[in-house]
Design a protein around this ligand. Structure first.
Ligand code: IVH
Length: 710
């Protein structure tokens, strides 16, 4: 009988071997053993761990997918905001960027700057946190300030190591992109079509959709890839301004001991981005090998040209090239704007074009009642996806370009833009009896037959009917959308059913829906109905900014909604605010202020807001950062919530825990400090009882968080 020590050693060796082969296969694309041999290793490890469950470690390759679907994702604040990139569309804009950099660094006109050029992966950004070399957390970009904790899904991506090859002490954060390789995308869409599900429009949507699923096993099956390109660590990266500033002032300082106590990983000695990328590789992290260090902007421009031509040969999609100043101290000197670093620029490839037949011109009614034409096309391959629909902007545009149903047309697709019809190919227009007829905009709304209206000097026709079912549907979709009330599970087809059956006519009606009503809808079981009711309930606590954005007030985006909600504290403050007072808020202009005021002045909207409030929707500013923060009584403690809470929305309970330093996760483990139990608890209750995890009913929970729930 081997000793426990011996078994532990065998396990360590097996895990190291598997990790080595995972890196060869998934990171370096250069396997040393066959798939069967790899499977055998994994099988041996699984069997050995099954015999010795006490020796299973969280970083074991068997623990990528621990098999448990999660309940939802927690929101996490980024220590350093995740910025975006400024875009250049031609060489002149790249030269202008180079000139700005040169000026910012006070360099002579002819002194070349070292840049690193990388491919711009078409996926979604991710931040990975490692502590002492172990993967601790993966967070999406979200709005740049807060993202979603998708650790369970990140662990299911094979190229992302659960443990770094080097036990880097302390905390580091690496950032990069998660994407779906073309082959996985094609495979997945073929399977969806077979199952009768709509295919994903492009690999980016598919990757983002996959990362939002609650089932890590599905993430693993879909075969996402990841490339990392940024290290956020004290002294390195865009956000460590204070420390880095000191380093600029004292460039001879070689260690990270300046300013605050940090682990000295020797990273402060890394001179530039190229060295950072090499460091990431040495840690076993996936880095795309196509990057190049360029001496001067000319070489970077050449790199852009090369990849604009060769992009289709890559096994994954790219939408451009990113050009970054190499030297890290230079980056710090250049700094950043509110949105972009000044040391980097994305070069966006020109739109790809294709020719196809325009079968029909149809019109669509939007949330604001705008009625716009769009083209139904003979399916055509464009930029790696099949295009069936394209935008035609507005009736005037169709007339100006003289686009007609039956024409051959040039369509194009750039970056994240919906494909559009550029022009008809007049030389191929059928003649005689087959000659296509010019497009005529319908006079009445296709959804409710109300006569369309158009203001003077306006190009967009609108349906003026406030009860137009198409507008109502779109409005509800927006209200329930991720960026607004985020009601998971309330998608287009359900909303259509709810409106068609006259169960819902506006946002407030959603909060009167019962599980029984929902369960009677098509493709809805009792369980999904209960889940959706819980989701609707949870959305009540999202805060006033989301309500304001969700109601679709014209010109009010997420940013303006947050500013207004934050400044006036919620609905009652905003109702009392004048246009001037609103305009006085930094970032709110006269158009937004006037639009909000007239929205609030309309009796119909006031009634809607009152009904929302009566339904229990929180009309106060999101209090993520209370001015007088509660005592951090729950620091380091993890809670799980199950069932429906009666006196506070689940979201509010979560925030109350987080505001006190605690954490809320989706599944119960031996480490869970407590399970908060509402009505109709799920299987978590039994699990908590089995593991001896304390349970708290609502009263006990309120007592725990003290007198000031969020
Ligand atoms: S650097 C400070 N490098 O493009 C921002 N971004 O359009 C640092 N992206 O949000 C980003 N490939 O998600 C960088 N090689 C690359 C990239 C890349 C793709 C994404 C990233 C970013 C977006 C901006």
């Amino acid at each position: 009988m081997p000793t426990t020590d011996r078994i532990a050693r065998d396990l360590t060796e097996l895990r190291a071997a598997i990790r080595h082969h995972e890196e060869r296969y998934y990171v370096l694309d250069d396997p040393e053993i066959s798939d069967t041999e790899f499977d055998q290793l994994l099988h041996r490890l699984t069997a050995l761990e099954a015999d010795h469950p006490e020796l299973v470690t969280p970083d074991s390759p068997t623990q990528r997918v621990a098999g448990r679907p999660v309940d939802g994702f927690d929101t996490v604040r980024h220590d350093v905001p995740m910025l975006s990139l400024d875009n250049a569309y031609d060489e002149a804009e790249l030269t202008a960027f180079d000139e700005r950099v040169r000026k910012g660094l006070e360099l002579e006109a002819d002194a070349p700057i070292a840049y690193v050029a990388e491919l711009k992966f078409d996926g979604l950004s991710i931040a990975l946190h490692y502590r002492d070399g172990l993967l601790r957390r993966g967070v999406t970009r979200g709005d740049g300030v807060r993202g979603e904790d998708v650790t369970s899904n990140v662990r299911a991506i094979r190229s992302i190591p659960l443990r770094l090859k080097v036990a880097v002490p302390g905390d580091i954060e690496v950032r990069g992109e998660i994407f779906l390789p073309r082959a996985s995308f094609d495979r997945m869409n073929a399977a969806r079509l077979e199952a009768g599900d709509p295919p994903f429009a492009n690999p980016r949507n598919a990757a983002a959709g996959t990362m939002r699923t609650l089932d890590p096993a599905l993430v693993e099956r879909r075969g996402l890839g990841a490339y990392l390109y940024q290290l956020i660590e004290p002294g390195i990266g865009s956000g460590a301004a204070s420390l880095a500033d000191e380093r600029v002032a004292k460039p001879e300082d070689s260690s990270a001991e300046v300013g605050r106590t940090v682990h000295n990983h020797g990273l402060a000695a890394l001179p530039g981005h190229a060295a950072v990328l090499e460091q990431l590789v040495a840690w076993g992290l996936p880095v795309d090998r196509h990057w190049r260090r360029c001496c001067g902007i000319g070489e970077a421009v050449d790199y852009c040209r090369t990849w604009a031509d060769q992009r289709q040969a890559l096994p994954f999609g790219i939408d451009g090239v990113v050009i970054k100043v190499d030297r890290l101290v230079d980056r710090v000197r250049l700094g950043q704007t509110a949105k972009f670093p000044r040391w980097a620029m994305a070069f966006k490839f020109p739109a790809e074009q294709a020719t196809t037949r325009l079968l029909q011109i149809e019109v669509n009614v939007g949330r604001t009642g705008a009625v716009t034409p769009y083209a139904v096309l003979e399916p055509v391959q464009l930029a790696g996806t099949t295009v069936r629909l394209a935008t035609l902007h507005n009736a005037e545009d169709v007339a100006r370009k003289d686009v007609r149903a039956g024409d051959y047309v040039l369509v194009e697709k750039g970056g994240d833009i919906i494909p559009k019809v550029v022009k008809p190919i007049l030389g191929r227009r059928p003649t005689g009896d087959d000659e296509p007829k010019p497009f005529v905009m319908p006079a009445a709304c296709p959804a409710c037959d109300t006569m369309l209206e158009r203001g003077d000097a306006q190009v967009v026709w609108r349906c003026p009917n406030n009860h137009c079912p198409a507008k109502v549907r779109r409005g509800l979709q927006h209200f329930a959308g991720r960026r607004a009330m985020n009601i998971e599970g309330l998608g287009e087809s359900l909303i259509n059913q709810l409106v068609d059956r006259e169960l819902v006519a506006d946002a407030a009606d959603l909060f009167g829906l019962t599980s029984d009503t929902l369960a009677a809808l098509e493709r809805m079981g009792t369980k999904s109905a209960a889940n959706l009711t819980a989701e609707i309930e949870a959305s009540k606590g999202r805060g006033f900014a989301r309500v304001l954005f969700g109601l679709g007030v014209r010109h009010v985006g997420e940013g303006a909604a947050e500013l207004l909600s934050g400044r006036f504290g919620g609905l009652s403050g905003l109702l009392a605010a004048s246009v001037d007072e609103m305009e006085a808020v930094d970032g709110v202009g006269p158009i937004v202020a006037t639009s909000v005021r007239s929205f609030l002045d309309a009796p119909r909207n006031q009634a809607l807001l009152r009904r929302l409030e009566d339904a229990g929707v929180l009309m106060l500013a999101d209090r993520d950062e209370p001015v007088d923060a509660p005592e951090q009584t729950l620091t380091g403690q993890t809670f799980v919530i199950t069932g429906t809470l009666i006196t506070m929305p689940r979201e509010a309970a979560r925030r109350a825990i987080e505001a006190r330093g605690g954490k809320v996760t989706g599944s119960v483990s031996a480490k869970t400090r407590g399970l908060v139990v509402g009505a109709d608890p799920g299987s978590k209750l039994a699990k908590a009882e089995a593991l001896g995890v304390p349970t708290l009913d609502e009263a006990a929970f309120r007592k725990l968080i003290g007198p000031r729930p969020e």
